[in-house]
Design a protein around this ligand. Structure first.
Ligand SMILES: Cc1ncc(COP(=O)(O)O)c(C=O)c1O
Length: 312
């Protein structure tokens, strides 16, 4: 991943040069993680770049902000247009988009008080998060010694900046022990999610993923994978999962905007299924990549063309 080719940043309603998009060291968000963000992908399609499920991501941004009493001074529609403008100005045909809303500089009491709400968006090209090889062959993961926090501590359904310290601990530990990604258990010891992904397991052709009560972010890719799997004729159930469900699975995969649909081939050295991308995972993954690239009309409702807004 590189920020080298980003010329423009959107900040507080304006497109400004990369070098000018700075944050003061006194910003509340920097000290306490008081902010919320999104991760969205824009894909190349035959008719130009299109953003995958943009509306849902911006609605989740709003919902995350509401949890922390942050009032975003832009409508979802206005932000949709701004994302398109930003991608066009930077000249990207595909990219990752990171909208962030954070408490700016005014005071440093823990209560954000009168700190202004700052809104910014970046876009940059970002290849497969867990590697191209991971997408094809599957990744090796470890069960983290760090538990996922429970929603009674901070709602896991909100995508808030400070909440990611928990994911950082888990992924640092996983990398230090040579794994590609961490899987966190919830406070009861059931499976929660990856440091930035939701989890699916497949056994005897049945697909299972866990749900909001299991300390997860309600992923938009998770929702897409469920819809795709059902469309392909598979049964999908949302229920709590235990470690044995994963270890005894025929196949397992992660979903996430960054990670897309990444097979899991090994958990702490225990091979899952045949230790490679399984056939059900491949079908869902292939359909997902067709959907995001505009090659499957059943899912064209998920695509927000960049040019539509800019031309209007
Ligand atoms: C902790 C966590 N869980 C799950 C996901 C997957 O969510 P989505 O598919 O909406 O990107 C993400 C990524 O945003 C995440 O950070």
């Amino acid at each position: 991943m590189s920020f080298e080719n980003i010329d423009w940043i959107w900040k507080n309603g304006e497109i400004i040069p990369w070098a000018d998009a700075t944050v003061h060291v006194s910003a509340h968000g920097l000290h306490y993680g008081s902010g919320v963000f999104e991760g969205v992908r824009c894909y190349e399609t035959e008719t130009g770049p299109a953003i995958f499920r943009l509306r849902e991501h911006l609605e989740r941004l709003d919902a995350s902000a509401a949890v922390y009493n942050i009032k975003i001074p832009y409508s979802v529609e206005a932000l949709e247009d701004s994302v398109c403008e930003l991608i066009t100005r930077n000249g990207f045909s595909s990219c990752y988009v990171r909208p962030i809303v954070y408490m700016g500089s005014a005071s440093l009491g823990v209560h954000p008080g009168k700190c202004p709400v700052e809104v910014a968006m970046m876009a940059w090209p970002w290849a497969a998060y867990l590697g191209a090889e991971g997408l094809e062959k599957g990744v090796r993961i470890t069960v983290s010694p760090w538990r996922k926090f429970h929603s009674s501590m901070m709602p896991t359904t909100a995508k808030a900046c400070g909440q990611y310290l928990n994911s950082i601990l888990a992924v640092q530990d996983a990398f230090s022990r040579g794994y590609d990604e961490a899987l966190l258990l919830d406070m009861h010891g059931s499976l929660a999610e990856g440091s930035g992904e939701n989890l699916f397991v497949i056994r005897d052709g049945k697909i299972v993923t866990n749900k909001a009560d299991d300390s997860i972010l309600m992923g938009i890719t998770r929702d897409s994978a469920i819809e795709i799997a059902k469309e392909l004729g598979f049964s999908v159930e949302a229920k709590s999962l235990e470690l044995n469900d994963l270890l005894g699975a025929d196949e397992a995969f992660f979903t996430g905007t960054a990670a897309e649909i990444t097979p899991i081939r090994e958990v702490d050295g225990k091979v899952i299924g045949e230790g490679k991308r399984g056939p059900v995972t491949k079908q869902i993954q292939d359909t997902f990549f067709d959907a995001v690239a505009g090659r499957d009309a059943r899912f064209s409702k998920w695509l927000h063309p960049v040019m539509r807004t800019v031309a209007a």
